[in-house]
Design a protein around this ligand. Structure first.
Ligand SMILES: Nc1ncnc2c1ncn2[C@@H]1O[C@H](COP(=O)(O)OP(=O)(O)OP(=O)(O)O)[C@@H](O)[C@H]1O
Ligand SMILES: [Mg+2]
Length: 224
């Protein structure tokens, strides 16, 4: 079986001439189902750039990205939203919840955007919130949720449409230590119990304990 996601010698060059920066420089890695891969490295080492290319948010300057064995880095711009919709869920450091929508409405909105069955959106959204242990808080607005609850709402949203891949950039950066650990344990459980492939970028030492595998980036290159 193909890995859930594979990058082959991907590079991203920003700028031109003297200002050229190889943000990511010929990186190859594979991510399997049921695996949490942690990408570590100093600030500016290219972690977010790499994750964005893995998630088809950013096109590599060179190299290939394959999702479920399918070459996606060559697809035209208009095909990429579909790929993101079917294969990917994203989680960001800053949660990115809509403040004017409750937790359950935030999840419903993404279900709608992903074109999920419109019949029982609320029930589907509640089902996803149940997976992250947040049913009791479903009707609260983000401002009334704790950091961990906001991040769990963001995870529920990333699970909309049941994508095989979840990419998370610094998911614990705005959380206290205990809440961060809970969120990381939830990620690991999602990988193992729901067969997701999960890549996270983090500086958090707790993430090191909970990941199945760790890779280090330095100046855009993978360190052995
Ligand atoms: N849009 C852009 N235009 C030009 N340079 C960029 C752009 N985005 C990132 N860079 C540069 O690419 C390099 C890698 O940036 P990136 O954001 O991927 O690092 P990072 O490892 O995620 O850092 P951090 O830990 O601070 O989030 C940096 O030198 C950054 O300045
Ligand atoms: Mg970053």
């Amino acid at each position: 079986m193909s890995p859930a996601l594979e990058v082959k010698e991907v590079s991203k060059i920003y700028g031109k001439g003297e200002n050229k920066v190889a943000a990511v420089d010929s990186v190859s890695l594979a991510l399997n189902q049921r695996e949490v891969l942690l990408i570590m490295g100093p600030s500016g080492s290219g972690k977010t750039t790499l994750l964005s290319m893995m998630g088809c948010i950013l096109r590599p300057t060179s190299g290939e990205v394959l999702i479920a064995g399918k070459l996606v880095s060559m697809l035209s711009e208009d095909k990429l939203p579909d790929i993101r919709k079917h294969y990917l869920g994203f989680v960001f450091q800053s949660f990115n919840l809509f403040p004017s929508l409750t937790a359950v409405e935030n999840v419903e909105l993404v279900l709608r955007l992903k074109g999920c069955n419109k019949e029982n959106l609320k029930a589907q959204a509640m089902g996803l919130l149940d997976r992250v242990g947040l049913v009791k808080r479903a009707h609260l607005y983000p401002m009334d949720l704790s950091g961990g609850e906001k991040q769990r709402t963001a995870f529920a949203r990333a699970l909309a449409g049941d994508p095989p891949l979840i990419l998370a950039d610094e998911p614990t950066a705005n959380l206290d230590s205990k809440t961060g650990r809970d969120v990381l344990m939830l990620l690991r459980a999602l990988a193992e119990e729901s067969a997701k492939a999960i890549a996270i970028v983090s500086h958090d030492p707790k993430a090191e304990e909970l990941a199945h595998r760790v890779v280090f980036l330095e100046d855009g290159r993978l360190k052995a």
